[in-house]
Design a protein around this ligand. Structure first.
Ligand code: SAH
Length: 373
């Protein structure tokens, strides 16, 4: 064991043996679903029926599955549609069009997801891990460390819940669909690569194989795990990549995004351009504006130089407050100057809204504090 620990790459803790989340339909591709159903002694086409109910009609209730014999329904649902996440608490703001859900997994792990309805789109922000191991000092999720990776189905379930809320008309504005998914909740998606990839495939496959959300409307956000970005570039996907840069220089980025000590700015951006070339998608460069830390004019100019002529777009995020952090959002005039400098150099730049900040549901505020009492 001691030897195994010594062989672990720096920064990774040795795997602990813990029970895995139950297997779920959403973990399985078409072929595996049919095999799973056959293993349960049922004809393979029952897998397709089950998939149509789950992904097409957004139901996991056996009572709704009237095209299946009643005893078969219960058995298949018990085996392939086990409840994975239980809602513990839902907070709303913006007249009910922003909703944060705290979920409890089978082992007590807590994660959060946020639904945001805009006039032209509905975005689900999902968690890919319970907690996060990246330890960025300005992010609430980073403070408590990593609990565990989520399974693919635990990720898909968060989107499923949003899709169902939208379909049922529970969200003000009338019945609708989830149009976008962003992996910007808790966790570092590329540190849970295979589950995230499976989840992306399931979220984007047309029903009855998946939820039918366009790949172009899915964003995977990363601190910059270079080997995983390179791998993602080889998957033939057209999802958008977001890179949480937050500083153009290694000296500051080493502090803001500690994994920068492993993969530095130049290397991260090279990988991002590789992804842009492979996917044809503009990379979104995320930059939280932190007062007097990373918002200087010279850093705007340095960022512009790094991005000039690249398939990139900068998303400035006013820093959202997190408990115990000494940092605060940039002065609006300073943030405007930063934006103007990028725009002047021809870099496409927008400012992210701070939706959900009143319910601690905005970027970097997800901490999944358990219910008091
Ligand atoms: N681990 C991934 C996915 C999380 S995305 C990543 O870092 O990209 C969450 C986004 O919100 C990231 O861009 C993150 O850097 C940013 N963020 C974290 N804390 C924040 C805060 N307090 N205010 C504003 N943005 C924050």
């Amino acid at each position: 064991m001691a030897e195994a620990i010594e062989l672990m790459p720096i920064g990774l803790t040795p795997p602990t043996r813990r029970p895995r989340p139950p297997r779920h339909l959403a973990d399985l591709d078409h072929v595996a679903r049919r095999a799973a159903v056959a293993d349960l002694g049922q004809p393979a086409f029952r897998a397709d029926q089950l998939s149509r109910h789950y992904f097409g009609r957004l139901t996991d209730d056996p009572a709704d599955m009237t095209d299946l014999p009643s005893d078969v329904r219960a058995a298949l649902a018990a085996e392939l549609l086990p409840p994975l996440l239980t809602s513990q608490r839902e907070l709303q703001c913006d007249g009910g069009t922003t909703r944060k859900t705290l979920w409890r997994a089978f082992d007590g792990a807590l994660v959060e997801s946020v639904l945001m309805r805009y006039p032209d789109r509905v975005t689900m922000c999902v968690s890919s891990q319970a907690g996060c191991g990246m330890a960025c000092p300005f992010c609430a999720t980073g403070q408590a460390g990593l609990t565990r990776n989520l399974s693919a189905a635990e990720i898909v379930t968060q989107v499923f819940a949003g899709a169902r809320a939208m379909a049922s008309g529970a969200v003000p504005g009338g019945a609708g669909r989830v149009s976008n998914v962003v992996f910007m909740g808790m966790g570092e998606p590329l540190a849970n690569y295979s589950s995230v990839l499976t989840a992306v495939r399931r979220i984007t496959a047309p029903p009855p194989d998946g939820l039918g959300i366009s790949q172009r409307s899915v964003t995977v956000s990363t601190v910059g795990l270079v080997p995983a970005i390179n791998k993602l570039a080889g998957e033939g996907l057209s999802v958008r990549l977001a890179v949480s840069l937050h500083a153009p220089d290694d000296e500051l980025r080493n502090d803001l995004v500690p994994v920068n000590r492993r993969w530095q700015v130049a290397e991260v951006l090279d990988a991002a351009w590789g992804y842009a070339a492979a996917s044809g998608r503009r990379v979104s460069v995320e930059y939280a504006m932190i007062r007097d830390i990373n918002d200087q004019a010279w850093r705007a100019d340095m960022l512009a130089s790094l991005l000039a002529g690249r398939l990139a777009h900068v998303n400035l995020i006013p820093l959202n407050p997190t408990p115990g952090s000494k940092w605060t959002a940039s002065d609006p005039a300073v943030a405007q100057e930063f934006l103007d400098r990028l725009a002047f150099r021809g870099i496409p730049v927008t400012v992210r809204d701070t939706r959900g900040d009143k319910i601690d549901g905005a970027c970097g505020q997800l901490a999944a504090a358990p219910l008091a009492g």
